[in-house]
Design a binder for this molecule. Structure first.
Ligand SMILES: *[C@@H]1O[C@H](CO)[C@@H](O)[C@H](O)[C@H]1NC(C)=O
Ligand SMILES: *[C@@H]1O[C@H](CO)[C@@H](O)[C@H](O)[C@H]1NC(C)=O
Ligand SMILES: *[C@@H]1O[C@H](CO)[C@@H](O)[C@H](O)[C@H]1NC(C)=O
Length: 529
């Protein structure tokens, strides 16, 4: 009995000490360590602050507009194919069929559950890395006497700013008072105004009060915020309270983005050699590569050409303004693109395949002009086949949010808008293998080296949301490889090339591709036409 009482007493004492310690450290916590597993202040309690709906509005009837309601995101997404309605010659050309495929088939049924769990875990940590309170929904309640900034206030890590726009517009009172609460920094006043009482300056919770509203509002112009806890690219949610009303607003905390600028020389005509590097990847086809180099030299004698090469027995490719990088045998298509692009030092990089041929229609100046005068990051051109057929291979890509099963990927031929002032140019999401891009943006997105063989649009899927893509059909490069007819003999290197580059659809390469879409991009299925 006595020992029990002793334990209870001891436990009581310990909790009192703990509470005192907590209270002592409460207002101005100094953070020695930062929990980098989660973004501070991103917890969910903000949602509790959403104003309640007006209870009188609950009973008012409404009518759903099907046309609009069907556009809103459903609970989860689906991939549905569409077969051609009529079976006519050229029907695939006129009414392209939409095919749908599920991506989990890349894996054995037995490993799928464990895989989904791992994907969910990785996705969760991706979300905590990429979301901040600045993404949270904030509502300004009607008729609040509080005036405050709703967006656009930012502070550099551990620095101080004046909070702009704070004011109170209240009805006449004996005594006006206002509370401000921060969580990742402290509040203070940069100047004092007579007749205003300030409590809690230098702390996270500050109360300002005065019997004179104009004095209080004058004082509010001098309220400063000092960030005390830095965690990259987060935001502090500040609470503002007066009697009967409250509001919240966001102060973004972070370094500014460091610019990466290229010195492109004096103004005048575009100097392509100074602005553009041509990058390509080759595998076995040295004759084609030499034709490409010769054709480039006819129009751009001093532009640098970067070549990534993973042939088994590499041959020497040399000459002025040529950089030839030899890779381990069979490293693959995207690994080579990555290597080539990583070596570019000019503002723009032009991607070409090793079997393209420049002609007088390959006017790089036009593509440079588009990127110089718009906010696009990447602009594709057109490729003319030996048959005379020209294609731009424009694709729109969208990712529809799904639930635990993953999101749905939809790809369609086409584009979003024409670009004003640039005839023949459009905004889209994915383009052909012939494009000019801001080097820095392409390096940021990167080419996933796990995609060794057939791959192209995967780069644009990875870049969706960060790459602004356009396409112009007036800049044309020729494709040297003729469409293979079965009765025409192929050279030995062409045959080996075809074996590596175009494996049968059921092979490992197709599985790798679907597996990456499934896990890395967290997709459940895709549709395309
Ligand atoms: C006004 O209210 C605040 C807090 O509500 C209080 O601290 C302050 O003393 C009051 N001032 C006057 C003049 O009554
Ligand atoms: C302001 O904060 C103080 C505690 O610091 C609290 O007593 C007071 O009720 C708050 N005022 C309002 C209007 O919320
Ligand atoms: C174009 O740029 C290259 C490489 O920077 C330079 O060597 C050349 O002199 C420039 N040409 C002109 C006409 O400015």
């Amino acid at each position: 009995m006595r020992s029990l009482r002793k334990t209870v007493l001891l436990a009581f004492l310990v909790s009192v000490v703990l509470v005192l310690a907590l209270l002592h450290s409460w207002p101005t916590r100094s953070y020695a360590t930062v929990d980098v597993s989660q973004r501070p202040g991103s917890d969910k309690h903000l949602e509790d602050r959403l104003p309640d709906a007006d209870p009188r509005s609950g009973d008012i009837p409404y009518r759903v507009r099907e046309g609009v309601a069907s556009l809103l995101a459903r609970n989860g997404c689906v991939c549905e194919g569409k077969s051609a309605a009529v079976n006519l010659p050229f029907s695939q050309l006129l009414f392209p069929r939409v095919s749908a495929s599920a991506l989990h088939t890349a894996f054995q049924a037995s490993e799928l559950e464990a895989l989904k769990e791992r994907r969910a875990k990785e996705y969760h940590s991706f979300q905590t890395r990429t979301q901040s309170p600045a993404d949270a929904l904030l509502i300004a309640e009607a008729n609040s006497p509080l005036q405050y900034p709703t967006q656009g206030v930012a502070v550099r890590p551990l620095r101080t700013i004046l909070i702009p726009g704070l004011a109170l517009h209240d009805i006449h009172k004996e005594n006006y008072s206002l509370n401000i609460t921060a969580t990742l920094g402290t509040l203070n006043v940069a100047a004092e105004v007579e007749g205003v009482k300030v409590k809690g300056d230098g702390e996270m919770h500050m109360t300002l009060s005065s019997s004179l509203l104009p004095s209080l509002n004058r004082q509010l112009q001098f309220v400063s915020y000092t960030n005390t806890l830095f965690h990259p690219s987060t935001a502090d949610t500040l609470q503002l309270q007066t009697e009967g009303h409250q509001a919240a607003f966001i102060i973004k905390i972070g370094h500014g983005a460091t610019p990466k600028l290229y010195n492109t020389g004096p103004k005048g005509e575009y100097n392509i050699s100074a602005l553009v590097t041509i990058a390509t990847k080759t595998f076995l086809r040295y004759d084609k590569l030499q034709d490409l180099i010769d054709s480039v030299r006819k129009y751009y004698p001093t532009v640098t050409i970067v070549i990534a090469d993973d042939s088994e027995h590499p041959q020497t490719v040399s000459g002025p303004y040529i950089e030839h990088y030899i890779m381990p045998f069979g490293k693959g298509w995207f690994a080579g693109r990555n290597l080539a692009v990583s070596q570019v030092t000019t503002k723009y990089v032009l991607w070409v395949d090793d079997d393209f041929i420049f002609s007088s229609s390959t006017k790089l100046e036009k593509l440079v002009d588009v990127l110089e005068r718009t906010t696009l990051d990447l602009v594709g051109g057109a490729v003319r086949e030996a048959t005379g057929y020209t294609s731009t291979y424009r694709q729109t890509i969208s990712i529809e949010p799904g639930q635990e099963e993953g999101d749905c990927l939809h790809m369609r031929r086409g584009f979003h808008h024409a670009i004003a002032g640039f005839p023949g140019c459009v905004v889209t999401d994915g383009v052909i293998n012939f494009f000019l891009a801001r080097t820095e943006k392409v390096q940021q997105v990167g080419f996933d080296p796990r995609l060794a063989r057939v791959a192209h649009l995967e780069f644009f899927i990875d870049g969706l949301g960060s790459l602004h893509v356009g396409s112009c059909d007036a800049v044309i490069v020729n494709h040297a490889t003729k469409i293979k007819l079965p009765w025409v003999g192929q050279s030995e290197s062409d045959k080996t090339y075809a074996k590596f580059r175009y494996p049968p659809a059921s092979s490992d390469a197709a599985h790798t591709k679907n597996g990456l879409l499934f896990f890395k991009n967290r997709l459940q299925c895709m549709t395309h036409n």
